[in-house]
Design a protein around this ligand. Structure first.
Ligand code: GLC
Length: 462
């Protein structure tokens, strides 16, 4: 049970007491960075890797696009509620994309691995028929946005499910093989899976195609994750022969930093709302940092806070208990962006959201309070992501660099970009310059580019 708030406080003091946990000092963010940096080292080091929460998986992607890649590729994108199949045509000047999105029903997200891969194979089969691609053996890049231990560019074993997925029988299996088998079972198509990549990696590759200073990829969407280009000498985990002259002495590391805090090291900053959200999630105790940042959870944190304020009689005095505000998962993260986009006293978006939630008895003061809660929760999220990026920027020590960002939270929230930029400036070592740049279709274009680079390098070897 959360602690009671003292009766003698004024209404505003009571509200403050219930939300102050979202306001963290710069010193606290620096402490978080210190812990994060240490955990990243644990992840990269062979003898501590197995106990580290941040896995720092080497991806086997070692070369960025150099602009000479060309050809047609299939790309797949799986990671949220949708599955996309793309046909990507790359030439030296342009990238042309045709794509189709297919829904993944929740029963499949929580079903068996075979059901999931059969469903995916069916969608690919339809796409191939609709685009007249039968008989063409196109190289395929698969953006699979979950933590994977890679054994090669096209061999990746799922280490655990995250976000809304929990399909039986997939953890520990090679995703490429499961896809291959499903394609054989359900369609008669023959594709060559050339690469499997994480969405953060796709985002970095896609942006690096046009900007050579790009060193970090960040996803702020349903989930939150980052990757960066690391020198092989710092990757204790790397034991593959690296005399391969086709590649520079580097590899992209998929940090999987969403799992930071799973060992309890973030407990000192978690609020009662974070704890409750975690208890009722499909993976309690897991992905603690992700649950404080990403789009899958932000709306619910706001909802839990408003629920507590309501039960203390501090907001929505006239709200009906049947309202969706009191139902788990019914306050979407897009509402946070909409509410924070209200800039005058009319609160148009906020009123619209309240209507959708079935609350029709509210005051202007209620609107101010709901907006205040949204700004605190989203600022904490942006600042935590900024602390993560600043940790990477300080590790890389490059005087200037670009960070490629993708994901619905970053795209649609009105203040995320600015909040993050300001906080990173405050947290990076003196003189290190950076730029946050929106990456377009990192997952689709990025996967095709990884495949394209692999094909280019392959052709150099023969
Ligand atoms: C989750 C996944 C990670 C992915 C991120 C963004 O954190 O574990 O692999 O990159 O979500 O989609």
């Amino acid at each position: 049970m959360p602690p009671p708030i003292p009766e003698q406080l004024t209404k505003y003091e009571k509200i403050e007491a219930l939300v102050k946990g979202f306001k963290l000092s710069t010193l606290t963010y620096k402490r978080i960075m210190h812990l994060l940096d240490a955990e990243m080292n644990n992840g990269l080091t062979k003898h501590t890797h197995h106990v580290a929460d941040i896995k720092m998986f080497p991806t086997f992607v070692r070369s960025l696009p150099d602009g000479t890649e060309t050809g047609s590729f299939l790309a797949l994108d799986l990671g949220g509620t949708n599955f996309r199949v793309l046909l990507v045509k790359i030439d030296e000047l342009d990238v042309d994309i045709q794509s189709k999105t297919y829904l993944i029903p929740q029963r499949i997200m929580l079903g068996t691995g075979q059901q999931l891969f059969d469903h995916i194979a069916d969608c690919i089969g339809k796409f191939i028929n609709e685009h007249d691609l039968k008989g063409q053996k196109l190289p395929l890049g698969f953006t699979f946005s979950f933590p994977c231990r890679q054994e090669g560019l096209a061999k990746a074993r799922l280490s655990k499910w995250t976000k809304g997925f929990r399909c039986e029988g997939v953890v520990g299996e090679d995703i490429c093989q499961l896809l291959h088998e499903a394609l054989k079972r359900r369609t008669n198509t023959d594709v060559e899976i050339v690469a499997i990549v994480n969405d953060a990696v796709g985002t970095l590759m896609s942006a690096a195609h046009g900007d050579r200073a790009c060193e970090i990829g960040l996803i702020l969407g349903t989930g939150c994750n980052a990757c960066y280009m690391e020198t092989l000498d710092n990757v204790g985990l790397w034991d593959t022969d690296n005399k391969d002259k086709a590649h520079p002495n580097q590899v992209i590391i998929n940090t999987e930093w969403g799992a930071f805090g799973d060992n309890g090291c973030l407990d000192f900053v978690r609020t009662e709302y974070d704890r409750e959200l975690d208890t009722y999630s499909i993976n309690p105790g897991k992905q603690i940092m992700e649950k404080m940042i990403s789009g899958m959870y932000m709306g619910e944190i706001v909802r839990l806070t408003l629920e507590r304020l309501t039960s203390e009689g501090l907001v929505f005095m006239g709200a009906d208990r049947d309202s969706l505000l009191f139902e788990r998962g019914k306050f979407y993260t897009k509402y946070v962006s909409e509410i924070e986009s209200d800039h005058d006293e009319f609160f148009r978006n906020t009123k619209q959201v309240l209507e959708e939630l079935g609350i029709d008895n509210f005051t202007t003061e209620d609107c101010k309070i709901i907006k205040y809660v949204c700004t605190l929760v989203s600022a904490r999220s942006a600042f935590l992501a900024a602390a993560g990026l600043a940790t990477l920027i300080n590790r890389l020590k490059k005087p200037e660099m670009t960070i490629a960002v993708d994901g619905s939270l970053y795209r649609f929230h009105p203040r995320f970009h600015n909040l993050m930029s300001l906080k990173i400036k405050e947290l990076v070592h003196n003189g290190l310059k950076f730029k946050l740049s929106l990456s377009h279709d990192g997952s689709g274009k990025g996967a095709a580019l990884v495949a394209a680079v692999a094909m280019r390098l392959r052709s150099l070897k023969v």
